[in-house]
Design a protein around this ligand. Structure first.
Ligand SMILES: N[C@@H](CCC(=O)N[C@@H](CS)C(=O)NCC(=O)O)C(=O)O
Length: 209
């Protein structure tokens, strides 16, 4: 049975789940969510798809999962790929996935939204400055960890990598410049060279301008 992933191209959180499904070789398809048209805020969508009002949402037969990290974990369990081989590695993967959700992707997603998708006269500069400072601290942690490593955990790609890269390929500005962070840049290039890797805008349908 084909797995449905409710998503939209601009969502880095959905990208993490979509990339995990794609690289694990599972049969899946995107189901477009009109986030910018307000679909995730409607009572009908929340009742039918996700009461938390967020994408991504994965549906595999009777199973419905939300939260990109949980969907990634399911892709690992179902495919036997992209995961840690032993319990210590698995814990280390979760450590990076949780760190990413809290310190990197949540800040990057919000900052990119404020800087690009809000009307210009509604963009709150002090909030953007604050978030960008927190983001720089997160880039520094990631860059330092990647020194001397190809992957965040262990010796091959895992969902820890697919979580942390969630927002880092998007072209819209949010205060991330690959050239400033050489280890992150090298790691992103390695990820991009994996068989089956796709840019978020090639993996999921985009919203109308
Ligand atoms: N921790 C969640 C974050 C999901 C999330 O924030 N998704 C955004 C789109 S990128 C969303 O649907 N936001 C709706 C809202 O905040 O109203 C995950 O990793 O799945």
């Amino acid at each position: 049975m084909t797995i449905d992933l409710h998503c939209f191209g601009e969502s880095g959180n959905a990208y993490k789940a979509a990339l995990a499904l794609e690289l694990s070789g599972l049969d899946w398809r995107p189901v477009f969510v009109d986030f910018f048209g307000g679909e995730t805020r409607s009572a009908a969508w929340r009742a039918a798809v996700n009461p938390m009002g967020e994408v991504p949402v994965m549906v595999d037969g009777d199973l419905r999962l939300t939260q990109s990290g949980v969907i990634q974990d399911y892709a690992v369990e179902k495919s036997g790929r992209l995961g840690g081989a032993d319990p210590a590695e698995r814990r280390e993967i979760w450590r990076w996935v949780l760190w990413d959700n809290h310190k990197l992707s949540s800040q990057a997603g919000m900052t990119r939204f404020l800087m690009n998708f809000l009307p210009e006269d509604k963009r709150p500069q002090p909030v953007i400055d604050f978030a960008q400072a927190r983001l720089r601290a997160a880039y520094a942690v990631l860059n330092a960890h990647l020194q001397g490593r190809d992957w965040l955990v262990g010796r091959s790609v895992t969902v820890a990598d697919l979580s942390c890269c969630g927002y880092l390929y998007y072209p819209e500005p949010f205060g991330f410049d690959r050239a400033e962070w050489p280890e992150i840049d090298r790691w992103l290039t390695t990820l991009q060279s994996l068989d089956g890797w796709k840019h978020p805008y090639d993996l999921m349908p985009r919203s109308a301008a």
